[in-house]
Write a protein that binds this ligand. Structure first.
Ligand SMILES: Cc1cc2nc3c(=O)[nH]c(=O)nc-3n(C[C@H](O)[C@H](O)[C@H](O)COP(=O)(O)OP(=O)(O)OC[C@H]3O[C@@H](n4cnc5c(N)ncnc54)[C@H](O)[C@@H]3O)c2cc1C
Length: 465
């Protein structure tokens, strides 16, 4: 029976593995770390569920739900606690609620925006004018900063779009690609001539994903996102997941490819590289230099999550919404904080509170390399000043993700297209993961499924679909 190697065991790799298992294909997942899962990592500490990486996925992108269904985890789906819902933005010394009806950065309701003190009157007028600004003639890529300033004005960029969009992507709005991150916005502009008009129309229709089931905008799993990893591993069979094995090179073999890991050599008929692009570049450098070269322009940023657990009586503050985000123009040291145990059930024992803060990314990247004590001190100072949170944490956890978030800069999709072209001469070789067409879990799962389809077709002698 022909055999496939899947290198890496992040969610892209596991989605690929689940799909191959369904097709009856023989494969081995090869992971350099001691455990599978990549960035999906959940720590359980004294009844608290601490997410080191992602804490949720967007059901709007249906592939994660597909994967959850395939591995039988539907009964573990966890919605956000909608009664406490609300995003707050720190601006000029206080927290402002993101006006109701602002979808990502597009206002769809007049009154809440008019009443909000987050945006100045000229800023609000400028945002409203979006409905009358003609669309760009050519659909070429541009930066998030350029796009938002052109359509909604600078204040919307600085106070809403940058922290909500670039912040989450740990990117700089000045060079972040709208085409790669929000193709939908460009399509709205092209089809409707206005984001506001297109968004209002879409809202009237409702999103099919969230209408039909009890789904909230963000979803998680009761035991944390690692539950998905554990279930995928159980589904494909633990014996197919080999950990503590770092692949250093992929070479051509008389049939298929040879993988080098330390002194070991393994031959496979097909290979899926589900590793970050800079690792993929390294392992392919000798066999496929032109392909490796095309992977090198993808830039990466570093981020850290700092979780603080409190016995709630020690927290002398009423915490608004699910947490807050901080625009970079405020020049603070944290980017955001999320009240994890308010946003979700099952995250802390009754009467306690779990808070998760983020540093680094597109701004203050150097903070990520500070030691744990320093990072916790910085976060506590910021939380005290911004949200009035005092008190001694029961425990703290710091998780660093160094060079681990790809930054999709202007022209990213063209560069990924060039990577696809350079991959053509290598039948049975597929690349998947967050480096290419989406960093969110949904897009990673989709890319894992696509890699499985490509490899399945190759093994059946049908070439690339
Ligand atoms: C702090 C943080 C918060 C996030 N929050 C969210 C969120 O809430 N929602 C969301 O949708 N997305 C979120 N993301 C993004 C999302 O988690 C990632 O983009 C996604 O999980 C990446 O999956 P992947 O499979 O592409 O890569 P990874 O998870 O990075 O997996 C790659 C794997 O390859 C392995 N590997 C590397 N080199 C080798 C080698 N030579 N040999 C063998 N194995 C190797 C690595 O050890 C790793 O396990 C967040 C990311 C971070 C860092």
């Amino acid at each position: 029976m022909k055999k496939v190697a899947i290198v890496g065991s992040g969610i892209s790799a596991l989605a690929c593995a689940v799909a191959l298992k369904e097709e009856g294909v023989d494969f081995t997942v090869i992971e350099k770390d001691r455990a599978a899962g990549g960035k999906l990592l959940t720590e359980k500490v004294d009844g608290f569920v601490v997410e080191a990486g992602p804490d949720s996925f967007l059901p709007e992108k249906p592939w994660t739900l597909d994967l959850i269904r395939k591995v039988g985890l539907e009964d573990q789906l966890l919605a956000t606690n909608e009664e406490r819902k609300g995003t707050y933005i720190y601006s000029q010394g206080r927290l402002h609620r993101l006006p109701e009806g602002v979808m990502l950065m597009v206002p769809t309701m007049f009154m809440p925006l008019a009443r909000s003190r987050l945006i100045s009157l000229p800023g609000k007028i400028r945002m409203g004018m979006e409905a009358f600004i003609p669309g760009k003639a050519n659909g070429s890529d541009e930066s998030l900063a350029g796009f938002v300033t052109r359509r909604l004005g600078r204040e919307c960029l600085e106070k809403i779009a940058e922290p909500l969009v670039a912040g989450i992507h740990t990117s700089d709005p000045q060079d972040m690609s709208v085409q790669a991150v929000f193709p939908r916005f460009l399509e709205m502009e092209r089809k409707s001539g206005s984001l506001i008009r297109a968004m209002v129309k879409a809202m009237k229709k409702g999103t099919p994903a969230t209408q039909s089931r009890k789904l909230t905008y963000f979803m998680s799993l009761k035991e944390g996102m690692q539950q998905l990893v554990d279930r995928c591993v159980a589904f494909v069979g633990e014996e197919r997941v080999r950990t503590s094995c770092e692949v250093t090179e992929v070479r051509p073999a008389p049939v298929g490819y040879e993988l080098l890991a330390g002194s070991e050599r393994m031959v496979f008929d097909a290979v899926v590289l589900a590793t970050p692009a800079y690792v993929t570049q390294g392992v392919l450098g000798r066999m496929a230099p032109a392909l490796a070269d095309r992977l090198s322009p993808i830039a990466w940023s570093s981020t850290a999550t700092i979780s603080l657990a409190f016995a709630a009586p020690h927290v002398q503050a009423h915490l608004p919404g699910f947490g807050f985000i901080v625009p970079r123009v405020e020049a603070r040291r944290i980017n955001a904080a999320s009240w994890s145990s308010i946003k979700w059930s099952f995250r802390a024992p009754p009467g306690s509170l779990l808070i998760r803060s983020f540093v680094g990314g597109g701004q203050n990247g150097e903070l990520v390399s500070r030691d744990d004590k320093d990072l916790v001190r910085i976060v506590r100072e910021e939380l005290r000043e911004i949200a009035g949170i005092t008190g001694e944490p029961l425990f703290t956890r710091v998780h660093r993700w160094t060079g681990s978030m790809p930054r999709y800069t202007v022209g990213h999709l063209d560069r990924v297209g060039a990577v696809d072209d350079a991959l053509e001469p290598y039948p049975g070789l597929a690349l998947t993961g967050c480096s290419y067409r989406g960093i969110g879990i949904g897009d990673c799962v989709r890319s894992g499924f696509e890699a499985a389809r490509k490899i399945g077709a190759f093994l059946q002698g049908r070439g690339n679909p």
